[in-house]
Each structure stands twice: as C-alpha cells, then as structure tokens.
Design a protein around this ligand. Structure first.
Ligand SMILES: NC(=O)c1ccc[n+]([C@@H]2O[C@H](COP(=O)([O-])OP(=O)(O)OC[C@H]3O[C@@H](n4cnc5c(N)ncnc54)[C@H](O)[C@@H]3O)[C@@H](O)[C@H]2O)c1
Length: 257
C-alpha cells in the first residue's frame, strides 16, 4: 500500500459515481479518471451522463450507465454493470441527490417526503448494500457518500432533505461499524453550498437566498464542485487508509459557527 499521494493514485482501480451527470458528481468523475481510475458514470439523466463521459480525460476511462438509484434493482444493476465492465469494485461515490427547499414541515406533502427520502436516503442505502456485497469478496474497498452540511446542522424549510442527509451520516457511521474490520472504509462528505445546478434551482425559487447563503459561509464565498471532488479523491485513495466512519465538512466553516 502506498501512503504517498500521486497523480496516478487510482491507477488500476475501478468504481462508480452516482449523480455523475452534473455538478459535484461530474467533477468527481473527471478527477477520478484523471487519477487513472476506471469509472462508471451513473445517472438518471442520459444526456448529462454522456456529457460527463465526453469531458473525462485519461489516463483512466469513463462509461455511462443509466439508472435510478431510488430503485433497489437500479442500484444493483449499476454495481453488476461495474463488475462486468471492470471486473472489480474498489470504490463508490454515492452522490446522487435531489433537494426541496422553502417548505415548512407541516406543508410537506406525502409525495414530496417520499421522493426526497427515496432518492437521498433510501437511494444511498440501495447503492451501499449492493456495493458492500460486491466489495466483501475482494477484501474491501472505499465508499464515500455525499451528505450535506445539512446532515450536521439544520435550517428552515428543508425538513425532508435535512432528515435524509442526517440519515446519510447515520448510514455512513453504521456501515463503518459493520464493515471496517472487513476492509471497507465508509465516509461521508458534508458540503456547504456548492455552485451547481441544484443550487441554481434553489436560488431561482427564492432569489434572496443566494446572498444569504454566501453570508453564511465564513470563508466568504460558495464552494466549487471540484473542492468537494478533491476531498472524495483523497477518501477513496490509500492516502486515507485510517479514515473511516467520518462525516467530513467541506463547507468554508459553515458548520463551525
Ligand atoms: N449543490 C450544493 O450546494 C450541495 C450542498 C450539499 C450537498 N449537496 C449534495 O451533493 C449531491 C450532488 O448535488 P449537485 O449539487 O451536484 O446536484 P445536481 O443536481 O447538479 O446533480 C445531481 C445529479 O443526480 C442525478 N440524480 C438525481 N436523482 C437520481 C436518481 N434517483 N438516480 C440517479 N441519478 C439521480 C441528477 O440527474 C443529477 O445529474 C447531492 O446529493 C446533494 O444533495 C449539494
């Protein structure tokens, strides 16, 4: 095992990135491929996923797989595809997610609750279960989940999202307890507000929100997808070999205040 970081830190490694058709997932796929990894770019959105594949530059390789991770069969099919295509599953970045903001708890519909929990929390569980089953026979692997700063703290009007992301932190810790001894490290990233499509959608729904969110980050700006992807890259690499069960904020001190 090499503990030193190198540009080819992931040469010969293979894994999946969900929600890789946009935003943080796209930045993650690009970084992984640039570090030498073979990556399954998984997303509901074929156009976005294929665009990500087109933007990836070697030495690694990217392949698109269309799937809905909210469906357990969709998550399993993604892992089966990765095993068939790459012959192994060394890492997984479970990043697909949706959001819903500006709705106080008592106004949340059954449908909205089920959708957000179904994608953000159950979808992450679906992926982890399939990935862990694939990793165990090979002696381990590294799983990173995208939670959120809102997996650690709360704000108003996002009860379903906050519940789901706190759940992702819980799933991460639970899986680390179940599988660390079998060589599977599991960590979560908790990004502050990152400049992606998801963020643009939120600000469109509430124009004052953009400035307010910027003020909430002591670093004085919002984050970039690449800044989250860099933390993911470290976590999936051997450089983070003693790091498991953690929920790591990548948030410009948003949750420090
Ligand atoms: N952008 C932020 O400010 C921010 C902050 C904290 C956490 N996050 C989290 O980061 C992750 C990525 O967010 P982003 O900002 O890059 O969002 P994004 O909307 O740009 O990308 C999300 C991607 O996930 C895909 N997706 C959604 N549902 C899916 C499903 N059921 N199956 C497969 N793919 C699905 C979408 O098609 C899209 O390509 C999410 O989990 C989000 O909650 C984002």
């Amino acid at each position: 095992m090499s503990s030193l970081w190198s540009e080819e830190a992931l040469a010969g490694r293979a894994g999946v990135v969900t929600g890789a058709g946009s935003g943080i997932g796209r930045a993650a796929a690009r970084l992984l491929v640039a570090a030498g990894a073979e990556v399954v770019v998984a997303d509901l959105d074929r156009e976005g996923g294929e665009e990500t594949v087109a933007r990836c530059q070697g030495p690694g390789r990217a392949t698109f797989f269309e799937t809905d991770i909210a469906d357990p069969d969709g998550a399993q099919a993604m892992v089966d595809f990765a095993l068939e295509r790459c012959g192994r599953l060394d890492f997984a970045y479970n990043n697909a997610g949706i959001t819903a903001a500006g709705i106080p708890l008592a106004e949340v519909s059954d449908e909205l609750w089920a959708r957000v929990i179904g994608v953000d929390l159950t979808g992450t569980f679906n992926c982890m279960r399939a990935e862990i089953k694939a990793m165990l026979p090979r002696g381990g692997g590294s799983i990173v989940n995208t939670a959120s700063a809102l997996g650690l703290v709360a704000n108003a009007g996002q009860s379903a999202y906050i519940t789901a992301k706190h759940g992702v932190v819980g799933l991460t810790r639970a899986a680390a307890m179940d599988y660390s001894a079998q060589g599977i490290r599991v960590n979560a990233l908790c990004p502050g507000v990152i400049e992606t499509q998801m963020m643009e959608d939120l600000v469109r729904a509430d124009p004052d929100l953009g400035q307010e969110l910027q003020r909430l980050h002591p670093i004085g700006r919002l984050g970039l997808p690449e800044e989250v992807a860099n933390a993911m890259l470290w976590l999936v690499s051997d450089a983070a070999s003693f790091v498991t069960g953690q929920a790591i904020a990548v948030d410009g001190a948003y949750t420090t205040q």
